[in-house]
Design a protein around this ligand. Sequence first.
Ligand code: PL4
Length: 407
Amino acid sequence: MIKRNNGFKNLTAGYLFPEVARRRREYAASHPDAKIISLGIGNTTEPLPEYIAKALSDAALALGTPEGYSGYGDEQGLTALRQKIADVFYKDMATADEVFISDGAKCDIARVQTLFGSKVKIAVQDPAYPVYVDGSVIVGAAGKNNGKGYKGVTYMPCVPENNFFPDLSKIKKNSIIYFCSPNNPTGAVSSKEELQKLVDFANANGCIIIFDAAYREFIRDPSLPKTIFEIPGSRTCAIEINSFSKPAGFTGVRLGWSVVPKDLKFADGSLVHADWNRVMTTLFNGASNIVQKGGLACLDEQGLASMKSVIDYYLVNADLIKKTFEGENFKKAGAQVYFTGNSPYIWVKFPGRKSWDIFDTLLDKCHVVTTPGSGFGPAGESFIRISAFGHQKDVQEACERLSKLEM
Ligand code: PL4
């Protein structure tokens, strides 16, 4: 018989989000009258702007005509979309042939792990989006869990005490560093000075940064960097991963991209870009042609304006949630609220309490689903994450219930 892949054997917990969904389902089954509101998983709720939905629909209809039909396309994506992404987001920072279109950021993170294999060292912000660590465990790069964390992973605590920017000196030479800004789950956005420190460290120590910028469109403070490629020196040490999921509401539609600069090299001098091209052409068959046309519409003037207004809507929710957790009832319970105004997530600490206990309390007493901070890594213990994705009337109702809670 075939032996089980050790990577799966080494996984010590289920994937966080299905676990949150399972607990919600179980609670709903045993409390059928509860009107549960989810502020847990970061899932978009607002309809696609009409302009973008129409572009998708036109592209689908065109496939039913001889002139409009297309089959397999280039695995790296439509040339026009690669060009548009380079022009809109990376002017003078990256070129169209350094942009690779994909079916979303999560899928690119998984493919990046095949690029570097099982012998590479890993460093992650702690807490972090769980795919960086769990994916590394599956490909064998993280090793076994010794109860405090996986052996092959350097956890870099990002906590209020260090203003959510890690101590880089902990990172081993020649590591892959996963870095997310605006951060999921803390909502912190690193400044240009902080990212410069990260880039300088990576260049000096043979590291490659995988920069996850999935929430870039939430940045409203113009002094904050929206891409790692704004930082001098980043082209020799960074890959960026991004997505249409959050800004365009494409969580179900599926479209993302990566940027791999041609200046980024392996120890033997070969180009990372060449191997990434091989990964994308061999293990991926291109994003849907319909969806890529939708992506092009997102980046027109009208598309960009409509994406901004949807994000503004979620930011109004975020502000309401922040104010609710700053209420007297939560203050009495010792809650500490972290929210930057540049992210869809509010990060709240309940000193001395367990994340899953807070999750259970809010679900049981308010019928509101959140995400336990401990699911994002050891430094997330005692925190919960509240997502601002949701219909405004649901968020308002959730906040009303939460503001009456006696903890
Ligand atoms: C639940 C930092 C959400 N089932 O949609 P994608 O694949 O382009 O982007 C996924 C993604 C990438 N990078 C970061 C993210 O936070 C996310 C989405 N995270 C969350 O609540 O943390 C959705 C999670 C989804 C999942 O597993 O990704």
